[in-house]
Design a protein around this ligand. Structure first.
Ligand code: GDP
Ligand code: IMO
Ligand code: MG
Length: 425
């Protein structure tokens, strides 16, 4: 049985968690393939809201095996706290599997993240401050510690001492900061976290393949999004992993031939947290309206999200980069009541017109949007029980997106609730 990927098409927070939770009704396994606790995936089920960071968004389904794959970076303290918080709310994480090959986010990673940002001053990236970049940097340098090191206290101490042998002089010489204490870190990671995480550590690559070979259905859940991708995003204003669908292969341990369905999640407008170019950004009262109506504040960091009109140049690029086979359009209800809607169909830069993403960041920074205007609708779509009752203008908006993106919209989100997704034929 081939696997399905859920991937964000913008700058994150498109509603990947909600879609994954809904699709998990028809899945046996949900695998997070990259990122760490920079992610915040919100699930709203009845009157309960869950904000997940590391635990896959299939966890609410007792029949689903949640897996944290090798491509992720894990702060074990956060994972333990998240499992405890879920348990306190009646959600059992007993079936959770964690790749022994995933890298650990260490206390010095978050410290370095904050110090780097501080040093950049006005040019800061606006990271989540969770140590994600430094953790992936250590992975690339081959100086990282991995989840499997939690099971090997002696090896953990050797690798930790080696890491601090590099980090502490850096902290002192460059940042004028005191050294970090290996014993305190070992006590927390090996003493407190390792016994809690050890029962979950597994050969997740083997588990994924066993599942696929026995005909079980596997969903690969992306965090962050296409334009935060280290290779394909708006570098340097990106995260340090590959959220694009190719990252699902490396981050879960399977080849592209195992995937036959790639669902791109696209918000009906665009948001971005942190710095970087944003061609359709709205800094006027319409932008404020989208923040208020869409509750556009970070799931975990609480930061106000920047907002703008839907950008089809980005969406076309996301379709290409991810081989998207279908779209899930979220937060259509947030556009309710706006008299007219603008949709960006191209970028203008000097005398040039771009219908596809310019590869040069200086062009992107200076590009201005070319808009098509579409009629809005004066109706409450959140109350819609099926797609057929959506106002004609809302259906027109969806058709326009499908035509421009070249792939069908299969689901339309009209509210945060688990079942506030309308199926399109
Ligand atoms: P993710 O990171 O892609 O999983 O998205 P987040 O959970 O960070 O942000 C999406 C936010 O929008 C969450 O608060 C969701 O509950 C909410 N949401 C998701 N889909 C819809 C929708 O169709 N309509 C509305 N109004 N809210 C939605
Ligand atoms: P989900 O999975 C939105 C952004 C940060 C910053 C940049 C780099 O909830 O969609 P990092 O801490 O990763 O080094 O920060 O990436 N960012 C996100 N923005 N949603 C996310 O995750 C994000 N994860 C990281 O704001 O601009
Ligand atoms: Mg989020």
């Amino acid at each position: 049985m081939p696997a399905t990927v859920v991937v964000g098409t913008q700058w994150g927070d498109e509603g990947k968690g909600k879609l994954t939770d809904l699709m998990a009704f028809e899945m046996d396994m949900v695998v997070r393939y990259q990122g760490g606790h920079n992610a915040g995936h919100t699930l709203v089920v009845n009157d309960k809201t869950f904000a997940l960071q590391l635990v896959p968004s299939g966890v609410l389904h007792p029949n689903v095996t949640p897996v944290i794959g090798n491509g992720t970076v894990i702060d074990p303290r956060v994972l333990v706290d998240e499992m405890d918080a879920l348990a306190a709310r009646g959600v059992d994480c007993g079936a959770l599997k964690v790749s022994g090959s995933a890298h650990l986010v260490m206390p010095y990673h978050s410290e370095l993240d904050a110090l780097h940002e501080d040093r950049l001053g006005a040019d800061k990236l606006g990271t989540t401050g969770r140590g994600i970049g430094p953790a992936y940097a250590d992975r690339a340098l081959r100086t990282g510690l991995r989840v499997q090191d939690l099971l090997d206290p002696e090896g953990f101490r050797i690798r930790l001492d080696a890491a601090l042998g590099r980090v502490n002089p850096l902290l002192a010489a460059v940042f004028d900061r005191p050294p970090m204490d290996a014993s305190a870190i070992a006590e927390e990671y090996l003493g407190r976290c390792a016994p809690r995480i050890a029962p979950h550590v597994a050969d997740t690559v083997g588990l994924v393949h066993d599942a696929l070979e026995s005909g079980r259905r596997v969903l690969l859940e992306g965090a962050q999004a296409t334009f935060l991708d280290l290779d394909h995003g708006t570098y340097p204003f990106v995260t340090s992993s590959n959220p694009t669908a190719g990252g699902a292969c490396t981050g879960a341990g399977l080849g592209p031939g195992h995937i036959d369905r790639i669902v791109g999640v696209v918000k009906a407008y665009v948001t971005r947290v942190g710095s970087g170019p944003f061609v359709t950004e709205l800094t006027d009262s319409t932008g404020d309206h989208l923040v208020a109506a869409g509750h556009e504040y970070g799931t975990n960091t609480g930061r106000r999200r920047r907002t703008g009109w839907l950008d089809l140049v980005m969406l076309r690029q996301a379709v290409r980069l991810n081989s998207i086979t279908e779209l899930a359009l979220t937060k259509l209800d947030v556009l309710d009541g706006l008299p007219r809607l603008k949709v960006c169909v191209a970028y203008r830069h000097g005398g040039d017109l771009f219908s596809h993403m310019p590869h040069c960041q200086s062009v992107l920074r200076e590009a201005s949007p070319v808009y098509e205007e579409l009629p809005g609708w004066q109706a409450d779509t959140a109350a819609a029980a099926e797609a057929g009752v959506l106002p004609a203008a809302a259906r027109g908006y969806i058709s326009f997106i499908e035509a421009e993106a070249g792939v069908p919209v299969r689901l339309v989100g009209v509210g945060p609730g688990r079942h506030q997704f309308l199926e399109l034929p």
